[in-house]
Design a protein around this ligand. Structure first.
Ligand SMILES: [Zn+2]
Length: 324
């Protein structure tokens, strides 16, 4: 098990931030619908402002963080749940992950030439413009001894929500409806999302577990109930999603008060990188002595964690013997 952040002396100083009601699960009683409201609050700003990315890349990353927070909270697993999008566009890689404890982190790689060129041509590029053609992968990683579960689809759709919807339709054969938003507000970056999933209805009882192999009941009234839920969800605005002053229950009530809304236990989200000196020493130990000698600058080897953007400094001796 990983050492908790506050006990790990090898960890750099990164924000120790927890949002207690980051994910609010809910279901509509007697209807084949369950969902999650995700709001990162000030955590979005803490995560995004840690990196020197263009605002357009932050918007994309903020939505990706909401997506992994929302989807992972619907799964039973121990480890990390990650989203990775790789494309041939100006943002060639976006990786975001969430642990079973709700710890979030991300990393985006954008091109110094093609991104400014695109932004010069298009004032509001779509997520698709930024990614280009490529693929999207969702992975559940439960550690070395456990099976990795990964699903990969081509990038289809204009925005990340549509890409994720396509993923569920093709990989999981599972209807879902998603809205993701991320903007810079006067309080800083904020991101949030609403995820609805169509589930099997079993005599009006809806469990909060991710029931693989659930019966797909396609009664006409189920079809109507799903349709109604998505129509109501479409009335949600980005401003409501990103408003810190609007509590989750109140927002959900606005949307679904006539649909037997049942709100579950909220779940916390936190700032969470899992890098440590020990892990990086382990990575450095795989390089040859000569390579390590070449990495030394001003008597130190510096490694930067791409996720939390923190520099770790090592003496040459710390990572292994020098070459003769
Ligand atoms: Zn890190």
């Amino acid at each position: 098990m990983d050492t908790p952040a506050f006990l790990d002396r090898g960890r750099p100083d990164v924000p120790d931030m927890v949002v207690p009601r980051g994910v609010t699960p809910f279901h509509l009683e007697g209807r084949p619908v369950r969902g999650r409201l995700v709001r990162l609050g000030a955590l979005a700003d803490a995560l995004l402002s840690r990196h020197d990315n263009a605002p357009e890349v932050n918007t994309l990353a903020g939505k990706a963080l909401v997506l992994v927070a929302g989807l992972s909270s619907a799964l039973k697993f121990q480890g990390s749940f990650s989203l990775q999008v790789k494309g041939d566009g100006p943002v060639s890689l976006l990786a975001a992950d969430c642990t079973d404890a709700g710890s979030l982190r991300f990393y985006a790689r954008s091109d110094d030439e093609t991104l400014p060129a695109l932004l010069g041509e298009v004032s509001r590029p779509s997520d698709r413009d930024l990614f280009g053609n490529g693929y999207l992968a969702l992975t559940v990683d439960q550690g070395a001894d456990m099976d990795r579960h990964q699903g990969i689809v081509e990038i289809v759709g204009d925005d990340l929500a549509a890409m994720a919807t396509h993923y569920f339709e093709t990989s999981e054969q599972h209807a879902c409806w998603l809205m993701l938003a991320c903007e810079r507000t006067p309080e800083g970056w904020r991101s949030g999302g609403l995820i609805l999933e169509r589930i099997a209805s079993e005599g009006g009882v809806v469990t909060d577990d991710f029931d693989d192999g659930a019966r797909r009941v396609s009664a006409p009234e189920d079809e109507d109930a799903w349709e109604t839920a998505t129509i109501l969800a479409r009335t949600l605005t980005a401003a409501e999603l990103l408003d810190d002053g609007l509590p989750p229950e109140k927002l959900l009530n606005r949307l679904f008060h006539e649909e037997s809304l049942r709100v579950g236990q909220p779940r916390a989200l936190a700032y969470g990188c899992r890098c440590s000196r020990a892990k990086l020493v382990d990575i450095l130990g795989r390089f040859s002595e000569e390579d390590l000698d070449h990495m030394v600058v001003e008597d130190r080897i510096v490694m930067t964690c791409e996720f939390c953007n923190v520099d770790f400094r090592f003496s040459r001796e710390e990572v292994g013997p020098r070459s003769a």
